[in-house]
Ligand binder design. Structure first.
Ligand code: C5P
Length: 234
């Protein structure tokens, strides 16, 4: 699996996402698309089928977290959608992650990539300690969750580009790092705090970058995507 740019299609409706994807017509490019909860909950599984039918790879970012049996059955449903990548919360435990893999594996033995969310980047060190009562620090917690995900047989983790190198050193180079928080050197940061450029993400060894607004809100999204691919994939 090669390095790729995943475009976060954080739109609220089918019309908005298709208007965006239409901008790639004639470019010869079919970006890998991330569909999140907002779009999936508003449009349902049909949106996945329709984007797939247009030839895009799909990362279905639903971050499942429930008892193992429920996650297994839900993943079985998602495996029928022909997605390429999906995810769960590592906090659901190894048993839940193993159940997710079981549910996701199709009868022919193939399955989409399964990625774990470790700690959300919106969780501060303070809330980790005071609300969740996790006494280890954030970095240790994230690395331990990544190791749990690897032990459960998952393919990688979503992490900050700043954590990607360490995840690779702890879990091995083959363990995938999917990194959001990417911005062009001359672009707006928006609400992202710890950011990296696509080129820096390539240099530190990210396997996939997830890029939303720098592409979706660009004056010329196809050109912004092209720039991202050029900087990240080379
Ligand atoms: O627009 P932007 O490039 O900030 O979008 C980043 C995408 O990655 C969004 O869909 C966001 O929800 C997601 N994400 C993130 N940080 C995480 C996990 C996911 O920005 N830690």
């Amino acid at each position: 699996m090669g390095k790729d740019v995943i475009v976060a299609c954080d739109f609220a409706s089918k019309e908005a996402v298709f208007e965006f994807l239409d901008k790639f017509k004639g470019t010869g490019r079919k970006p890998f698309v991330k569909i999140g909860m907002e779009l999936y909950y508003s449009e349902g599984p049909q949106i996945v089928r329709e984007i797939k039918a247009r030839g895009h790879k799909i990362f279905l970012d639903l971050k499942l977290h429930d008892i193992p049996n429920t996650v297994m059955k839900s993943m079985r449903v998602l495996s029928n959608l022909d997605i390429d990548m999906t995810n769960v919360h590592a906090a659901g435990t190894r048993a839940m992650m193993e159940a997710a893999i079981k549910g996701l594996t199709r009868e022919d033995g193939t399955r989409p990539l399964l990625i774990a969310v470790t700690q959300l980047t919106s969780t501060s060190g303070e809330s980790l300690k005071n609300e969740l009562l996790i006494t280890e620090d954030m970095e240790k917690t994230v690395m331990h969750y990544a190791e749990n995900a690897k032990a459960a047989g998952l393919d990688g983790v979503v992490c900050s580009p700043l954590e990607a190198e360490r995840v690779h050193s702890v879990c091995g180079e083959g363990f995938l790092t999917i990194t959001p928080g990417v911005r062009f050197a001359d672009g707006e940061k928006g609400d992202q705090v710890r950011v990296m450029t696509p080129e820096q993400a390539r240099l530190i060894g990210s396997d996939y970058i997830v890029v939303g607004r720098p592409i979706t809100e660009a004056a010329d999204p196809a050109a912004a995507y092209e720039r991202c691919v050029r900087e990240f994939v080379g």
